[in-house]
Write a protein that binds this ligand. Structure first.
Ligand SMILES: Cc1cc2nc3c(=O)[nH]c(=O)nc-3n(C[C@H](O)[C@H](O)[C@H](O)COP(=O)(O)OP(=O)(O)OC[C@H]3O[C@@H](n4cnc5c(N)ncnc54)[C@H](O)[C@@H]3O)c2cc1C
Length: 455
């Protein structure tokens, strides 16, 4: 009898790194989206690049689908495996391979967690800025590269892609290669590093990442503003950006989000639309930026939102998704992460709230709005067929409106399975080019097949 895939994997890796145990398969069957889980055939935990090369070569030879997994915190089903496939879990590859503080660079294995990396970098007053709002404590660097994640500080410092210098990868036939260099400016050929960023594990398995770093700011000032209308809060963000005020973070939370937060954590927040802001720099810079932002907010009817003593706006922000998830037991979140030119923010916020009224379905709008990025989380009863189909319609309308305004379906979470159906609407004929590129990297279509688009 020919050897099964699982037997072959046990020949390549120590037995403790290969599992078909139900609880392990269960963990690997889903991400943090509300999409249906899919149980894989087997899970493997790799500890080195050589092990990854061996597993990918086996998948190539046997045409077995393989989904790479970091922490599984993705929100659009990009980490959900295929039923007959292997999940290659890199979460045990957490080493800092090289730290070069004088060059502001670090090379890491893909499984290191964002917050753990920053804790280490802090010793040299450095950091990797794109702090994902609610998942910095779980998201791996490999996962952040593969989704081109962004976060609360991306308005000032940029998203993950802006920090990747060099990647070591294994492509779909098991070939190991290095992409990029340690130079921070390059004009040398095609930018394959950028191609991997955001490719959701469909082009290669990332085995190491060399990141550029930023210096920790001299000082920080955190503040919050409340508004009578969501439109005015959104207008204030657009104006703050227009006047070039150097904000390090500006997050919008609508009234429904504030209510959900109070219900989950009893923060006793005023239930009004709000902006949470942070500035970085010397005392002088902090106060001048703060004053300019304050005058814009006040002109639009905003006033300081007093948080209870010791409350950190970013701790509150961390619980936004959880609070929405728990707001109505039995209800399901339908999510989006649209992004568009910043001046369109008020129009988009109004549009989402109008839809919510029209369909009588709850929407929670929030996000890294300084980037023109908005999440309008729809909370609906999936067991009610009519309500769920209305919710899907609302989500599609939000995405279509974004595209009409020159925006994108996904500003940070990726396409995965969740937004595949509308992908062509955004990219048109260039999807064909993407499909051809995928075939060059992955001739047997084994790397996370069926994500982003079908072949
Ligand atoms: C509460 C909450 C808040 C969030 N907030 C944000 C936010 O503010 N901003 C944001 O951008 N995201 C956010 N996310 C989404 C998520 O945390 C990010 O997408 C994160 O970057 C995923 O990292 P991960 O390690 O969990 O990746 P996974 O979910 O394990 O994987 C994500 C994708 O990357 C691929 N992948 C993972 N590792 C590798 C590798 N080594 N090589 C090749 N492919 C790989 C996977 O196959 C999959 O397609 C949030 C999620 C939650 C649950």
């Amino acid at each position: 009898m020919p050897m099964s895939i699982v037997e072959k994997l046990k020949e390549l890796l120590p037995e403790s790194q290969v599992s078909t145990q139900a609880d392990h398969l269960n963990v690997a069957s889903h991400d943090e989206s509300t999409l249906e889980p899919v149980t894989p055939l087997v899970v493997v935990w790799t500890k080195s690049t050589d092990e990854i090369v061996a597993v990918v070569k086996l998948c190539y030879e046997t045409k077995t689908p393989l989904t790479t997994r970091g922490a599984g915190s993705a929100l659009e089903g990009s980490t959900i495996p295929t039923a007959n496939g292997i999940v290659l879990d890199v979460s045990q590859m957490t080493e800092i391979v090289e730290f070069a503080p004088d060059d502001l660079q670090v090379k890491v294995q893909p499984g290191i967690i964002y917050d753990d990396l920053n804790l280490h970098l802090k010793q040299e007053s450095l950091f990797f800025p794109p702090s994902p709002g609610g998942s910095g404590d779980i998201a791996t660097i490999g996962g952040m590269v593969s989704t081109n994640a962004s976060g609360i500080y991306s308005v000032k410092y940029g998203g993950t892609k802006e920090y990747i210098l060099e990647l070591e990868v294994v492509i779909g036939d098991g070939t190991f290669m290095k992409l990029g260099t340690k130079a921070i400016k390059r004009s040398s050929g095609y930018n394959l590093v950028d191609l991997i960023a955001g490719s959701e594990g469909t082009l290669a398995v990332i085995t190491s990442v060399t990141l550029k770093l930023a210096g920790l700011p001299e000082g920080r000032l955190k503040t919050a503003y409340k508004f009578e209308s969501a439109n005015n809060a959104a207008q204030a963000v657009s104006e703050i950006c227009k006047y070039g005020i150097d904000v390090a973070a500006v997050e919008f939370l609508d009234k429904n989000v504030m209510t959900a937060l109070n219900l989950l954590k009893d923060y006793k927040l005023e239930e009004v639309p709000a902006l949470f802001l942070e500035f970085h720099g010397s005392d002088e810079v902090l106060s001048s930026n703060n004053e300019m932002a304050a005058s814009i907010c006040e002109e639009l009817g905003g006033s300081e939102l007093k948080l209870a003593d010791g409350q950190n706006p970013w701790e509150i922000r961390h619980y936004v998704t959880d609070s929405i998830k728990h707001r109505k037991p039995g209800f399901t979140i339908l999510r989006n992460d649209v992004a568009f030119p910043i001046s369109k923010l008020p129009e988009m916020v109004n549009y989402c709230h109008e839809l919510s009224k029209e369909y009588n379905i709850l929407i929670h709008a929030f996000g890294h709005v300084g980037l023109g990025l908005l999440h309008a989380l729809i909370l609906a009863d999936k067991s009610d067929e009519n309500e769920w189909s209305q919710a899907i319609k609302m989500n599609d309308l939000i995405i279509k409106k974004t595209l009409e305004l020159g925006g994108t379906i996904s500003g940070e979470h990726g396409i995965g399975l969740g937004h595949k159906d509308l992908f062509e609407l955004e990219h048109g004929k260039s999807v064909l080019l993407m499909q051809m590129i995928k075939k060059q990297f992955d001739p047997h279509n084994i790397l996370n097949p069926g994500k982003i688009f079908d072949l």
